[in-house]
Design a protein around this ligand. Structure first.
Ligand SMILES: Nc1nc2c(ncn2[C@@H]2O[C@H](COP(=O)(O)OP(=O)(O)OP(=O)(O)O)[C@@H](O)[C@H]2O)c(=O)[nH]1
Ligand SMILES: [Mg+2]
Length: 341
């Protein structure tokens, strides 16, 4: 998400005050009746400073998209990553500061007009004190937005029109290896669990149909309520984006997890996302595996394939099944919260 560069309170104040000074200096050279000159200069200084700072705040507020108007996937993504409430609170504080600056601008412009020029400097100093205090009050909100900017920099760009296939499964079973084979994307692959921490996307086109593969962080067999933020990335991708799930099992168990736990996770996902077709992929078949043992966990043979993501074995068959996948219409469904709890 595009959040603009966020200044510190000092940067906002420095910019406003230095522009105020410039504007005031410009007036100094002009012919103004002596008894008016002092207060005109100070009024220009205060008004310019307020306007410059207001513009800065407004450009930040306007650049951040309305969270409610974003696709539900992005709303959840932002919520998991930085918290939607915190985001709204920070933007609310900037709005508040904007309003107060507008008020101070009016108040001190009036005050300066009504006072004699000898008092103008003192009034201007009072105005600057109050302006500084307002801007300093939003320090933590500016800090938060700066943090949000860096956290959301890698927010994935989703193609909402493409048929979307989400790759899910236990950690270390070969999800990212499959993404690489099937889409040519270049995700990190490593022989330890929890390598993938966010969402990785690969695109292909088949028969003029755009297909988007989403590789997700590994999930463990535990209730969604107990999942951490990294795992929640996988859940929200399933909830909002998946037209089909490629569920990967590692029957060789070299991933370090029992097949039974992997199967239980699949069952849990199938129950929560009961509208989404699941294609069951038993991976790492290049390693010697016990067929009888694996077969205990096959309960939908028509949608089950035995593959080797490493060697690219079975990719053609996966693609043939994907050709039959239709996009799921979520326009109605997204109105209500999915109830995993
Ligand atoms: N022998 C063999 N190894 C594989 C296969 N697929 C993946 N691996 C290996 O399994 C390990 C994990 O692969 P990844 O693709 O990173 O697994 P992942 O599911 O994305 O893992 P996380 O992101 O940690 O959840 C790596 O060492 C891969 O090389 C396969 O088909 N055969
Ligand atoms: Mg991975």
């Amino acid at each position: 998400m595009m959040i603009p560069t966020i200044p510190t309170p000092d940067e906002i104040l420095d910019k406003g005050f230095s522009r105020g000074k410039k504007a005031a200096d410009l007036l100094r050279t002009q012919k103004i009746p002596k008894h008016l000159k002092g207060k005109k200069i100070e009024e220009r200084r205060v008004v310019t400073a307020c306007q410059v700072m207001k513009d800065k705040l407004k450009s930040i507020i306007d650049a951040v998209p309305e969270i409610e108007e974003l696709h539900p996937f992005y709303q959840d993504y932002i919520d998991i990553t930085v918290g939607v409430d915190s985001m709204k609170q920070a933007l609310g504080a900037l709005n508040w500061a904007y309003g107060i600056l507008a008020q101070l601008e009016r108040e001190y412009s009036r005050k300066l007009k009504r006072s004699p020029s000898e008092k103008a400097s003192a009034i201007q100093r009072e105005a600057y004190g109050r302006i500084a205090s307002v801007i300093n009050k939003i320090e933590k909100d500016l800090d938060f937005l700066d943090f949000a900017k860096s956290k959301l920099r890698n927010m994935p760009t989703i193609d909402f029109d493409a048929t979307t296939i989400v790759i899910a499964g236990f950690p270390n079973v070969g999800k990212s290896t499959l993404l690489r084979q099937i889409s040519g994307a270049d995700p990190q692959v490593a022989d330890y669990p929890f390598t993938t921490k966010g969402i990785q996307i690969g695109h292909t086109e088949r028969h003029w149909k755009s297909i988007q593969f989403i590789d997700t962080p590994g999930l463990l067999d535990r209730p969604v309520m107990e999942m951490n933020d990294i795992e929640m990335n996988a859940i929200v991708a399933l909830e909002h984006l998946a037209d089909a799930i490629l569920f990967i099992y590692d029957g060789s168990e070299t991933c370090g997890f029992h097949l039974e736990s992997q199967y239980n996770l699949q069952k849990q996902i199938a129950k929560i996302f009961d509208e989404i077709p699941i294609i069951h992929l038993f991976n790492k078949m290049d390693i010697e595996q016990d067929e009888e043992y694996i077969n205990q966990f096959v309960d939908d043979p028509d949608n089950t394939l035995f593959i080797s993501a490493l060697d690219g074995d079975g990719i053609d068959k996966i693609n043939e099944i994907i050709d039959t996948i239709e996009k799921i219409d979520r326009t109605v469904e997204d109105e209500e919260e999915l109830d995993y709890y």
